[in-house]
Design a binder for this molecule. Structure first.
Ligand SMILES: Nc1ncnc2c1ncn2[C@@H]1O[C@H](COP(=O)(O)OP(=O)(O)O)[C@@H](O)[C@H]1O
Ligand SMILES: [Mg+2]
Length: 178
C-alpha cells in the first residue's frame, strides 16, 4: 500500500502546509510520484500551487459526500512535474455539518483512497486543517503515518534565558547538555 503521510496538528501556523508543499516538491524532484490532498477549507496548499479555486469543477469535498466522485476525477496536475493535487474548496467547511448524521462518516476519505487502489503514486501527502473535527478524524483514519509539526516557542525561550545567564548577566554555572 502507498504510504499516506498526514501533516497534522490542530493548531494553526505550525508549518503543516509549508511542510506538505516542500516535502512533496522534494520527493517529486527525486523522481517520486506524489499526490497531495488539501483537506483544509482555507485551501492554502491549493492556492500555493497556483490553482484557481473559482475555476475548479471538483474538489476533495466531492470525495466525502454521499455519492462521491472517483478519486481520479478530482485530481488536478500542478506546475510541479510528478506532483498532483486533490484541491480543497471553501465548500469543505460545510462538510462537518453535512456529515453529522452520515453513515461511516469518519471513513469517507479512507474509502476514497481504498476504492482507487492501486494508486499510481509513490506517496500520498495530506495537508490538515487547524482543527479537531470530522475532517481531522477522516485524516487520522486514512493516514498510515503522521508528521506533527510543532512550534518550539517555549524551548526557544529557555535557550534565550540560558544564553543570557551564561553571558554573565546573572551569575550561574549552568551548562547545556548537548
Ligand atoms: N521552516 C520554517 N521557517 C520559518 N517560517 C516557516 C517555516 N515553515 C513555515 N513557516 C511560516 O510559518 C507560517 C505558517 O506556516 P503554514 O505552513 O501556513 O502553517 P499551517 O499550515 O500549520 O497553518 C507561514 O507564514 C510560513 O511561511
Ligand atoms: Mg495550513
Amino acid at each position: 500500500m502507498v504510504p499516506v503521510i498526514a501533516f497534522f496538528n490542530q493548531k494553526g501556523g505550525t508549518a503543516k502546509t509549508t511542510s506538505t508543499l516542500n516535502v512533496g516538491a522534494a520527493l517529486a524532484e527525486r523522481g517520486q510520484r506524489v499526490l497531495a490532498l488539501d483537506l483544509d477549507p482555507q485551501a492554502s496548499l491549493t492556492m500555493a500551487l497556483g490553482i484557481d479555486i473559482a475555476r475548479l469543477e471538483a474538489s476533495v469535498y466531492d470525495l466525502l459526500v454521499e455519492d462521491p466522485l472517483p478519486l481520479s476525477e478530482v485530481i488536478v496536475a500542478t506546475r510541479i512535474e510528478g506532483f498532483d493535487l486533490v484541491p480543497s474548496h471553501p465548500d469543505l467547511a460545510a462538510a462537518e455539518l453535512e456529515l453529522l448524521n452520515a453513515l461511516e462518516r469518519e471513513r469517507r476519505l479512507a474509502h476514497a483512497l481504498a476504492a482507487a487502489d492501486p494508486l499510481p503514486y509513490d506517496y500520498v501527502l495530506i495537508d490538515s486543517p487547524p482543527a479537531l473535527n470530522i475532517l481531522s478524524v477522516n485524516i487520522l483514519v486514512a493516514a498510515t503515518a503522521l508528521v506533527i509539526p510543532i512550534e518550539p516557542h517555549p524551548f526557544e525561550e529557555i535557550l534565550t534565558w540560558v544564553e543570557r545567564l551564561r553571558a554573565g548577566e546573572v551569575e550561574s554555572r549552568v551548562a547545556l547538555v548537548p
